[in-house]
Write a protein of this length. Structure first.
Length: 320
């Protein structure tokens, strides 16, 4: 396949995925609300819903490109919690309600369970099932914490859709959900197919490409959403948002990706990319407990993301 055609497929697929991801969120949340699921439950279940990376990761798994599959989990998590969150904190320091220490275990456990299951070099279908069960249990815990007054609420498209839930038709929402799902699957197929030639042309491994280039581009919509909000002074966020995002990436998305097809986990992932991501989660946790994310904390998060990206390009994962 020519480079021009591959680039066209890549860009076209990326545009489809990003555009219809928002529509899919509206369709899924609107359909659920239309059939009687309470806004409270939807707020927790869909708090970290990320259809873009889920679809790309699932197709990457199906096409046996493990770097894209894992990049949609680990690389996307770094783009969301390190780069996007860090940049917006640099622009506008973030504040939120303080939360009890009990909620600390939720994002940490999500990353830890993923790491334990991946440590043997493969995410099997059994591992995927375990991750999904872990996701359900974590959602139940979040529901319990929400009822006890912990501030857990979604952001982005999910929050906007919940605000409009009363005016949504459930059948129109269902049609929108099915159409958007089809478009995202087609877009993901085009994106992954175009990625094959681009990976070879750039001279990168599929792991490095998936963890850095693709993860960033697929997550760019979220980044473009958070930064303008911070510039307008809407910088409030709850720790539940961070916990929900990590749950979505490391349990729900990872579970689906592994169920589609077992995913080989390269040594570079275990030796570098996953540990850096884990350290980032550890770094953000005590900062969030203070009830604010100052600019220096945002700088640390951005530095962690730069370490993640440039360390991969420097080949640090190959060091003994």
């Amino acid at each position: 396949m020519s480079l021009l055609l591959s680039l066209t497929l890549f860009v076209g697929g990326l545009a489809l995925v990003i555009f219809f991801a928002e529509k899919l969120v509206k369709g899924v949340v609107g359909t659920s609300a239309g059939f009687g699921v309470s806004a409270f439950v939807l707020s927790v279940v869909f708090i970290g819903f990320d259809p873009e990376n889920l679809a790309v990761g699932a197709v990457g798994s199906y096409e046996q490109i493990s770097g894209i599959a894992l990049g949609s989990i680990i690389g996307a998590a770094m783009a969301a919690i390190a780069f996007a969150f860090g940049v917006t904190a640099l622009v506008a320091p973030r504040t939120f309600e303080r939360v009890p220490r009990s909620i600390l275990a939720i994002p940490l456990a999500a990353v830890l369970l993923f790491a334990v299951l991946a440590w043997d070099g493969t995410l099997s279908r059994l591992d995927g099932a375990i991750l999904l069960v872990g996701f359900v249990l974590a959602v139940l815990i979040l529901l319990w914490l929400s009822r006890r007054g912990i501030d857990i609420r979604p952001t982005g498209e999910v929050a906007e859709t919940l605000e409009e839930a009363g005016s949504l038709s459930r059948w129109k929402s269902l049609a929108l959900m099915l159409l958007s799902l089809l478009a995202i699957i087609v877009g993901s197929e085009l994106l992954v197919e175009g990625s094959r030639t681009l990976i070879a042309w750039l001279g990168l491994s599929d792991t490095l490409f998936g963890m850095t280039v693709l993860a960033f581009l697929v997550s760019v919509e979220e980044i473009s959403r958070e930064l303008p909000a911070a510039l307008k002074g809407r910088s409030d966020i709850s720790y539940g948002n961070v916990a929900g995002s990590l749950l979505a990436f490391f349990r729900f998305n990872a579970g689906i990706v592994a169920l589609v097809r077992p995913v080989p986990v390269e040594p570079s992932v275990l030796r570098f990319f996953l540990p850096v991501c884990g350290l980032t989660v550890l770094a953000i946790t005590p900062v969030m407990l203070t009830g604010q994310v100052p600019r220096w904390a945002g700088a640390i998060l951005v530095l962690m993301y730069l370490l993640f990206v440039f360390g991969g390009y420097a080949g640090w994962e190959m060091l003994p």
